[in-house]
Ligand binder design. Structure first.
Ligand code: SAM
Length: 228
């Protein structure tokens, strides 16, 4: 028996956004590695999945990774999920995939396609994704200024994730460095009840959020059109 590690995307809000294959794999594996059992349990309850779970953190100690690679060596089928979206995309799991690839070449690593805030936001943005640069989360301090300079000069579409705590500060920086007519799209709460896609110049988008403070809530993807 050869073990398999499945990378299984889960919904970014709307629980219906599960593929049939993702449900079948989560039902059939021996163990599901997750970030937060209570988040994953909600999904499992919705789909009657009773597979055992184990918490897998971003900074998973090497000892824990050893345990998982040991199970894969024994032939176990393991799935990795995150709280939302595609594991390893600004989420835990890269270390594990790297270890399995380098140390257990006989173990199959199988990625399922599925939801991600990145592709969902790009697809609804109306901004070209023929070429884009994904920055993940921006650094809070060191390197932040330099990155905004890079964004300001980029001919490619730039995309990053932002949290509710920093979105205003980020919009402020963007309004200082991104000059009209370049468009900015803020995709907020995608697939959820209060889903919203706001677009305009950097100044328009900033002004929208300063007038509607109640919209500074939830999760955000920021997309900036490349310089012409
Ligand atoms: N792996 C996930 C994926 O593939 O989308 C991303 C995980 S990352 C820890 C979480 C960030 O993704 C949030 O801070 C936000 O920027 C973005 N995000 C996740 N869900 C979202 C949603 N429903 N609407 C907008 N952005 C979302």
């Amino acid at each position: 028996m050869i073990g398999t590690l499945y990378i299984v995307p889960t919904p970014i809000g709307n629980l219906e956004d599960m593929t049939l294959r993702a449900i079948r794999i989560l039902k059939g594996v021996d163990l599901v590695l997750c970030e937060d059992t209570s988040v994953t349990q909600k999904l499992f309850n919705h789909y009657d999945i009773t597979t055992p779970t184990s918490v897998f953190f971003a900074q998973t100690k090497l000892k824990n990774i050893d345990k998982i690679t040991g199970l894969l060596e024994e032939g176990k089928q393991i799935a990795l999920v995150s709280d939302a979206g595609t594991p390893t995309i600004s989420d835990p799991g890269v270390l594990l995939v790297d270890r399995v690839r380098s140390e257990l070449p006989e173990v199959k690593v199988v990625a399922l396609p599925g939801p991600s805030a990145l592709t969902t936001a790009l697809s609804v943005s109306g901004i070209s994704s023929a070429q884009f640069v994904f920055l993940g989360f921006l650094p809070h301090k060191k390197g932040r200024e330099t990155l905004f300079k890079e964004i300001a000069e980029s001919k490619r579409t730039m995309v990053f994730y932002e949290s509710v705590h920093r979105i205003e500060k980020t919009l402020e920086s963007l309004s200082d460095c991104i000059i009209a007519p370049r468009q900015i799209v803020i995709a907020r709460e995608l697939t959820k009840v209060y889903e919203e896609v706001i677009f305009g110049t950097s100044k328009e988008v900033k002004s929208y959020f300063s007038k509607k403070k109640d919209k500074i809530r939830g999760e955000f993807v920021v997309i900036i059109e490349g310089k012409k």
